[in-house]
Ligand binder design. Sequence first.
Ligand SMILES: [Zn+2]
Length: 107
Amino acid sequence: MKGFTKWVSIENGLNNEKYSRLADTDETVLKNSNGVKWCLRCERVYKVGSFKYDANDSNEKPRIYCPYKDCDGDYWIDGWEWLHVAALNNYPSTPELGEKYSLWPRQ
Ligand SMILES: [Zn+2]
């Protein structure tokens, strides 16, 4: 049985120990996507290195998630490079944080 979840939110946590283990995979996002990731689950953007994790996750490499409280998207799996999404939809290269940008918006 899974214990209860105790979320901890991290902002600008590029040097946070929970993040740094895989930080190199975000380097291209930092360089090419203005430091912004886009979440496949909630379709909002957030800054690279901002995430949340479960304080009760005792794994050596705890899973980290999309930073928005109402979203359970995975930081690494669901967090895409913003410029890919922007190019598909003519979205601005610098998006508004917290704004929803649909991958396939209704025309
Ligand atoms: Zn999300």
